[in-house]
Write a protein that binds this ligand. Structure first.
Ligand code: ARG
Length: 271
């Protein structure tokens, strides 16, 4: 496992060096930029962007209500908060949808400027990316078919646990219950189907997406017993401090003036 992450890290480093080397990433410099900054609160824009004038956000849009498709448009809490951040910085927002597992690599390699995907801050991820302040908290919920003999998190011992590849539910359950206990899926819809067919015994996923899943699927329920407590933040390439600081400042203002809460309330019904 250690070996793997070191190999991955050097791959990522090589990738980002390559990008810088061939001028793939650009520096937004307000002094030499003719760009109109009247709408921008960032008077000292000094950061690298994947595409000039654009804030490129890497996400995985199968995580309602945080990010999901409405037709061919990606909507949700994260895209709306990101749009508000981009507006403050005087940038256009572009969203790149990818596997959740690829987000950190894309950000580290400078292909995207930030990863925003209901992403939990973990010590391991902090080795590869820097995080903004946290903007939401979550718990890992356990979804079971009604009448399941799984009543608490401990009852998952010896069961087949459905998780989403690379999500914290995957990382935590693999660590606690072992590789053989987890069955990994790329989309929650596939996990739900497996649960309904009895191929797995439960699904561990963040609580808000869990609520959306049981709303849409009869015969499933969320256990009262929750798994772990987590915080979401935005991820940046290590060393891209100028951008991280600018986004962090904008995010802080949006939290303070209630915009983030207002956006969350549009998508999340209090329980
Ligand atoms: N919070 C969990 C994690 O960080 C799951 C995030 C999944 N996000 C997504 N957009 N698919 O691992």
């Amino acid at each position: 496992m250690k070996k793997f992450s070191i190999a991955m890290l050097s791959m990522v480093l090589a990738g980002s060096m390559l990008l810088t080397g061939c001028g793939g990433s650009k520096t937004a410099d307000s002094s030499s930029d003719a760009q109109d900054s009247s709408t921008s609160t960032s008077d000292t824009a000094d950061y690298k962007l994947a595409t000039e004038g654009t804030l490129t956000m890497a996400t995985n849009a199968y995580f309602e209500p945080w990010e999901y498709y409405d037709g061919d448009k990606i909507v949700g809490i994260d895209p709306e908060v990101a749009q508000a951040i981009a507006d403050k910085l005087g940038l256009k927002l572009e969203i790149m949808d990818m596997d959740f597992d690829s987000i950190i690599t894309a950000v580290s390699a400078g292909k995207a400027d930030m990863g925003m995907a209901g992403m939990t801050v973990t010590e391991d991820r902090k080795k590869n990316v820097d995080f903004s302040q946290t903007y939401a908290s979550a718990i890992q919920a356990i979804i079971v078919p009604e009448g399941s003999d799984i009543k608490t998190a401990d009852d998952m011992e010896g069961k087949k646990i459905g998780v989403m590849q690379g999500f914290t539910g995957d990382l935590n359950c693999t660590e606690q219950f072992g590789e053989d206990s987890v069955v990994r899926f790329n989309k929650s819809a596939e996990a739900v189907m497996a649960l309904q067919q009895g191929k797995i015994d439960c699904i561990v996923i963040d609580n808000e997406p869990a609520k959306k899943i049981i709303e849409a699927n009869k015969g499933l329920q969320i256990l009262d017993s929750k798994y772990s407590q987590e915080d979401y933040a935005i991820a940046f390439a290590k060393g891209n401090d100028g951008l991280r600081d600018a986004v962090d400042k904008a995010l802080g203002e949006l939290i303070d003036d209630g915009t983030v809460e207002k956006i969350m309330n549009e998508y999340i019904v209090a329980d």
